[in-house]
Design a protein around this ligand. Sequence first.
Ligand code: SAH
Ligand code: SF4
Length: 359
Amino acid sequence: MQNLLDFEPAAMTAWFAEHGEKPFRARQVLRWIYKGGESDFDAMSDLAISLREKLKLIACIQSPKVMREETASDGTRKWLLDVGTGNAVETVFIPEEGRGTLCVSTQAGCALDCAFCSTGKQGFNRNLSTAEIIGQVWWANRELGKDADGNWPVTNVVLMGMGEPLLNFDNTVNALRLMLDDNAYGLSRRRVTVSTSGVVPAMDRLRDECPVALAISLHAPNDALRNVLVPINQKYPLQELMAACQRYLEKAPRDFVTFEYVMLAGVNDSVQHARELIELVRDVPCKFNLIPFNPFPQAPYQRSDMPTVLRFRDVLMQAGIVTTIRKVRGDDIAAACGQLAGQVQDKTKRTHRLMEVSQ
Ligand code: SAH
Ligand code: SF4
């Protein structure tokens, strides 16, 4: 059975051609799946009955199975998805005035082992398929339902769930193409954000193949500290990362990159660190998003206190850098960045539970 969620638009057309069907049939099916949220071929009323019967025999439309669902007191929703063999990933929907942001996972676990991230602590298990990535958007939209004007609730997507999207490049780009395609979700490139810890060669590929808004997990103003917090920095140090950001901006849909900076008490949150940052990013048009550290069991760090965060922000703002402080959402269901953890198997195949999904 071919899962049609695994096809980006061009691949869908090619698959239909292989089965002797014209390109407009692929477009019709895309529209049913993504614009209509349909999974039942019988309901696709503008397809010939013979085609519907054929599709029923050889294809399916299947997103990952939902193992658990939670709703936080602030309306944030979280789904724990079964991706097989003891692995789970999470998807989080954050409703805000006038928009709905879905935080999507791209890998089960992550190989990069950032010091402050619970996903990293689980080790890497496997890449998610295209269907598993776009299936998160498809599932959330269907589950939450269209509004009174017939619009889907997910208006923005951020690839900030579990995993490093640029290390699952092909499937991530396939899913991005479906988010952007007019026959699928038709989101603008500015409303889709890839977050990366700084896989420099893949940033260049993304720029060339499918530029969307870019967020960089910076977290430190110098190589010595970033080597510890974000170990991939040892491979792609800060000067290379800054140069890659500049190259990215040549083709990006936004004229700035967003630097994410998790505030770790006594580690990276001093005025001196802020001043160093200003120097570092001098030639990169950017905004900063300061993220309160989200604790998880056995985390070796603590959240910076608010006066420290505000002082840090003020130093950046005085240098003319727009700086926001991320609101903590879904606190009561552990839905925040870096807290996403299900029951996963790490590469040594031990099954361990790093944190309770509901706290
Ligand atoms: N791998 C990608 C995207 C997923 S992580 C990346 O690293 O960018 C999404 C964001 O959550 C990143 O900015 C990451 O640094 C941040 N994050 C990870 N653990 C966190 C924690 N415990 N508290 C706050 N933010 C965290
Ligand atoms: Fe992986 Fe991102 Fe977590 Fe680092 S912060 S371990 S890159 S998911």
